[in-house]
Design a protein around this ligand. Sequence first.
Ligand code: ANZ
Length: 802
Amino acid sequence: MREYNPSKIEKKWQKFWEENKTFKAQDDSSKKKFYALVEFPYPSGQGLHVGHPRPYTALDIVARKRRLEGQNVLFPMGWDAFGLPTENYAIKHKIHPEIVTKENVKRFKEQLQSIGFSFDWDREINTTDPEYYKWTQWIFLKLLENGLAYKSEMPINWCPSCKVGLANEEVVGGKCERCGTEVVQKVKSQWMLKITDYAEKLIQGLDEVDFIDRVKLQQKNWIGKSIGAQVFFNLKNSDEKIEIFTTRPDTIFGATYMVLSPEHPIVKNHKEQIENYEEVEKYVNEVSKKSDFERSELNTNKTGVELKGLKAINPLTNEEIPIWISDYVLMSYGTGAIMAVPGHDTRDHEFAKKFGLKIVKVIDGPDVDEKPNIETSEGKLVNSGFLNGLSVKEAMEKIIAWLEENNIGAKKTNYKLRDWVFSRQRYWGEPIPVVYCEKHGWVGIDENELPLKLPKVEDYEPSHDGESPLSKMTDWVNTTCPICGGPAKRETDTMPNWAGSSWYYLRYIDPHNKKEFADQNKLKYWLNVDWYNGGMEHTTLHLLYSRFWHRFLYDLGLVPTKEPYQKRTSHGMILGKNGEKMSKSRGNVVNPDDVVKEFGADTLRTYEMFIGDFEKSAPWSEEGVKGCRRFLERVYKAFELVDENLKESKLEQSIHKTIKKVSFDYENLKYNTAIASLMSLLNEFYDAGKITKEDYKIFLILLNPVAPHITEELWEEGKFGGYIHEQKWPEYEEEKTISSIIEMPVQFNGKVRFTIEINRQADKEEVLKIARENENYKTWTENKKIVKEIYVPGKILNIVVK
Ligand code: ANZ
């Protein structure tokens, strides 16, 4: 008896594919190329998680299908291997992170191979390999040369537990993205990348690509473009001006006071004039402990202090207005100062109410004393001098022209996006290839010295003042300046783990190149990545960072396309059985190895795709896994339904319909419904009892992308010729997908009385014959004379009686 034995056939085919380099991508091909990319994993100590195979299987399906369609497919895999967990493990167990990484990579690779992904393993890369990070460092030097990398003293988000500075993107709800500890502010000298210079290009570029809407929207919101004006307010009895940013310059007549961020330089610079400086200083100190998140998102109770002794002049009303400081105005946005319009801005209104400040209505509508009129874009201007009677839009244009004419302000665009904090005070990252020379400041090292390798250290623990472990390596730190040869010190911070992943898709194109990060002709052939699937959580981090690096390389003429990725899709999470996020502490983790061992890789793959809507999260279910295994067993058994003598398929329509559905679904993230339609076709096979060889072959090819091992095996067993991975993706004919039997309404004197089933091609005589045989026919024609019989083919039969 034949029996489905995945453990045997899966190993066999994995070995075959590996030895024959079945999935090797060709660099010199006249075939249409298809570059499919999934986010390379961080090889953690825990090994693969059942969440990993979900996106990997999805794109593996597309990659396999496209190969069968005759395309030259690049589907690579590698390791994003720098990072904190490895370093923390190394500290705890006193093992070098390089060794830890090697072990983890080995395990991950075995696990991925056991699932049968069609990766081109010849292109495997590892971000911690000096031959790889040489080019990460090289790109950094280019950014430095072009003024896009700079060092700056600034308050950064600091995780006291990880002892590491975090980018805004790594702070979620005021907490460290990794360990959940409350993030505090700490002033440190940091390497920064000027992603803000690319804000506009990063927004514009979204128009050129095919990303799912929620990804585009999140990126746009994160970049946060606001169009408005900068306006200068004079400080009374001084030549100094306070610059503000507003999106509503039309409301300027209603600006009855100003609010500065407590860190605004005016505060310190006017210590002498400020009568209540002690009170002010106390407030400034209190605020310095809060993160921007607490100050904006969590800010419910408005606080603040007036700068007594200072006044500003509203340039339109010429009135003297008070100046306050408050934490709701952030130093990091706009100019760190605002004109407060309490009649129309909610936060300003709350503040004015609390501190008894003047409120003026400048846009008509309901009274603004009790509630700010926030529908400000609807009404007409009032109490606003030469703007009175204008609509908001008109007033906006007029006031900006006026401000520009009088040199008091100008149109201005602002972005929420901040520069990218690019230093980490940790060991396990790419060394930043710069030195500090007393004479020349920060200088990039010579390109010929790359890679600047991480030196071996004894102790990976960061010092308690937060300096990197590298700072203790005086031999390595002390060097010479590339410009003057004088003494210099190396940078001891390393790059964040977002560095290596910012360009990895380029290295896959030419992973062994020793002269360049990738050959220009190969880049021209392979770019863009045609389809990139990855987690939503990377939308404002990795995805944005890599688009920035790519655009920068494009501006230098080093890559041929503006954007790296043509299409971006995203998958939902796989949850534990209880519907909660899988985690060790919740005890609901499913290990893919166990599923492969017990049920087979093809079952794991099928289940991961069948679990539910690809874009939504879904809970794991043991029953679901078993159901998929039973399906594959039935696929295996259906081999016995093939009847060599049966020449014509009885299932032609179902076959064509299934080809159509599966072909569409695999390309449109509908893997679950594709599998469902294969399941129902299989049921039809069993119902029919006998199928043709061709029926079965088509079924196997359609299933092959999802369950590659079993389909290779059955193809071989059936001696269907060659290997299944060499076959052609089946095509369908539209006419054959349409049912030949249709329901036909039969009317008497224009009223539908009953319906009959006819063949779509049937002629009038045949249709009439079927109608007459119907038991209802008699009722409507009894004792009547038939005047006329009208047949509209495929639509209606109308019988006129008298
Ligand atoms: C006057 C005004 C009247 C404003 C009104 C809004 C409504 P977005 O759209 O987010 O860019 N603002 C400017 N700089 C700020 C800072 N550093 N911290 C906190 N708030 C700041 O918001 C721009 C608006 O936010 C600006 O326009 C300013 O208030 C405030 F009916 O000016 B507005």
